[in-house]
Design a protein around this ligand. Sequence first.
Ligand code: NAI
Ligand SMILES: Nc1nc(O)c(N)c(N[C@@H]2O[C@H](COP(=O)(O)O)[C@@H](O)[C@H]2O)n1
Length: 228
Amino acid sequence: MDKPFVFINSAMSADGKLSTKERKQVRISGKLDFERVDELRAQADAVMVGIGTVLSDDPSLTVKSPERKAARKAAGKNENPVRIIVDSSARTPLDADIFKKGDGLRIIAVSTSAPAEKIEKLEEKALVIKTGTFKVDLTELAAKLKEMGINTLMVEGGATLNWGMLSAGLVDEVYTFVGNLIIGGKTAPTFTDGEGFSEAEIPELELLSTEKIEKGILLSWKVKGKEK
Ligand SMILES: NC(=O)C1=CN([C@@H]2O[C@H](COP(=O)(O)OP(=O)(O)OC[C@H]3O[C@@H](n4cnc5c(N)ncnc54)[C@H](O)[C@@H]3O)[C@@H](O)[C@H]2O)C=CC1
Ligand SMILES: Nc1nc(O)c(N)c(N[C@@H]2O[C@H](COP(=O)(O)O)[C@@H](O)[C@H]2O)n1
């Protein structure tokens, strides 16, 4: 299947949590790591998050640095990569920051059972792609994105979308910034939630690099597939 090159970038605590037990955003990355994330966004054709992240964090997913935005413009691109929300039931608020801030195409990926009325409203603000009956079919979505010319796709979480992409075998590389804090709580999202792999399905990773960044560490992994 032809698909974009897909990588996940997430920041997690030393105990593997993405946010608090109330799903409240925590500042895990320091200034330098946020700069690294901004550079990844600026280099990507598209950035994708799950609806859970939109509902809890309301991210804009824009490129922040004026220099990076200018470089994209100079290369004939929009200032921001295409911004994608995976949202099976079309729950994206019409006043989400992703619509308010910055230029560039927004895509909302919904399932065919999402309410038609809400889809019509979202279509005034974004391209709506329908795939999957009750849940977005991520494999089909990835193929459609590739057809649209999206060659590099950055996935910025959250925990459920990370699971969806990894369990569908769509992820090529994973970057986890591990920060110097412990969040705890069994209801706090971890880097990968979802159903979890059974033992025979666990994908093997290859460590590409480690880098100390301020008070944390960046781990870069290649996803090799199922354990042999
Ligand atoms: N520290 C970090 O780097 C980041 C932390 N977060 C945190 O993660 C939390 C949000 O994570 P979640 O609640 O797990 O939500 P999520 O952002 O992973 O979105 C999950 C939603 O995606 C939708 N979806 C549709 N089709 C899917 C499919 N085939 N597979 C998987 N998902 C599909 C579902 O509606 C599902 O509820 C928030 O607390 C946020 O603060 C989010 C992004 C980055
Ligand atoms: N890389 C990173 N480090 C942290 O410490 C974080 N808390 C997050 N959170 C995610 O970053 C996104 C914010 O995007 P905008 O600044 O609004 O463009 C959002 O998805 C958070 O969940 N990331």
